[in-house]
Design a binder for this molecule. Structure first.
Ligand code: GLY
Length: 377
């Protein structure tokens, strides 16, 4: 239990098991939380320019309290940092800084930093340990947990990477205070995702508490992050390498990644915003196939919109140049494509998502064509 009395969430993976600590002001306790994992009181902290400015002093104080020395590597902020060029630079810096295999490299930032550092840790000296200290809502509830690490390549997002589990995750709710409201809302889409996949009661709780949570209520934020991490930990423990049910966590992502690609992975459409639209499309397509009631997609869209998120193609920025063929082309890059066929996460209802293989591409194309035509009217 941490100083402020929170039990960690356990990700049970045999000898690769680890704890996720969720709570307020945990950066100030980071040294005490990390110490049991360290072979020596020396670590490298990798972060980006924005997090370094906003939060590094807090982490430094937390490490100093436990007499842990650290060196920092500060990367440029933004999605383009998840590149071969930055991986090469980071790996070289880590080796120059004398990182040994038994050391713990700290990924301190959002999903970009976590994914890049996790991948670097997977390959430096054929595998070092690393800690995730996520500072965005999106990384606290999703990308820091479960060991997916990656960089982007010209053909698409996250196409080069490795499964490499962290040694510990420290999610400090207080770090969310410096996040922009738009980034916070984008992360909230991934929180809603857990309710939409398998937890109707959590979805209803979010309908009642989402506004206060987004408005800054620390206790509600802690509950939502912890519950999201519990849901993810259970799925990862059951299916670490996504041979089955872990694919549920991709609800909204096949449509969403295609939209992100069309907008050039730019700030015009953030990942969480694309996932929000993608989830609604998945629910709508499910209803169209007779899988679930149409009301479920409307309820999801209503909640996403109430949270200030986009929820349909109508809500996309006006300058997007796309048609159904371009969306399908990007959807076919999805890692769940098997023998040229689409696998989608569809839904029977809120809290009742399921994995559907061999989805006919032409049916999805017609669905998108109709949606795009309706958008232009
Ligand atoms: N973000 C989806 C997963 O970790 O499987």
């Amino acid at each position: 239990m941490t100083e402020n009395g929170h039990d960690p969430v356990r990700v049970s993976l045999g000898e690769r098991s680890y704890d996720i600590h969720v709570g307020a002001r945990l950066l100030e306790q980071a040294g005490a939380l990390l110490s049991p994992a360290l072979h020596r009181s020396r670590i490298v902290v990798v972060t980006d320019e924005n997090v370094a400015d906003a939060q590094l002093d807090r982490l430094a104080a937390g490490l100093a309290r436990s007499d842990i020395e650290f060196r920092e590597v500060v990367l440029p902020a933004g999605e383009t940092t998840k590149s071969f060029a930055q991986l090469e630079r980071l790996v070289s810096d880590l080796i120059d800084l004398g990182v040994e295999r038994s050391d713990v490299i700290v990924a301190f930032g959002g999903g970009v930093v976590g994914d890049l550092v996790g991948f670097a840790a997977a390959v430096v000296r054929r595998g070092c340990r690393y800690a995730q200290i996520p500072t965005t809502l999106l990384s606290q509830v999703d990308s820091s947990v479960g060991g997916k690490t990656a960089i982007n390549v010209a053909q698409g997002k996250n196409l080069v990477g490795a499964f490499h589990q962290p040694t510990i995750v420290i999610a400090d709710i207080t770090a969310l205070e410096t996040l922009s409201p738009r980034q916070l809302r984008a992360g909230y889409a991934e929180v809603v995702k857990y309710g939409a996949i398998a937890d109707a009661a959590f979805f209803a709780w979010l309908e009642n508490n989402g506004a206060a949570l987004l408005g800054g209520d620390e206790a509600l934020r802690r509950i939502a992050v912890k519950r999201s991490c519990e849901a993810k930990a259970a799925i990862v423990a059951a299916d670490e390498r996504e041979s089955g049910e872990r694919a549920l966590l991709n609800l909204g992502h096949t449509f969403g990644h295609a939209l992100e690609a069309i907008y050039g992975y730019s700030d015009a459409l953030l990942h969480g915003e694309a996932v929000a639209i993608g989830m609604t499309l998945a629910f709508e397509y499910s209803a169209r196939q007779g899988l679930g009631p149409p009301g479920a997609g409307k309820r999801l869209a209503d909640h996403l919109r109430a949270a200030g998120l986009p929820a349909d193609l109508d809500d996309l920025p006006a300058d997007g140049d796309f048609n159904e063929d371009r969306i399908i082309e990007h959807m076919m890059q999805d890692k769940k494509v098997e023998s040229g066929a689409l696998t989608l996460i569809l839904a029977e209802d809120i809290g009742a998502a399921r994995i559907v293989k061999d989805v006919p591409v032409d049916q999805v194309r017609v669905f998108l064509k109709e949606k795009i035509a309706a958008r232009r009217r």
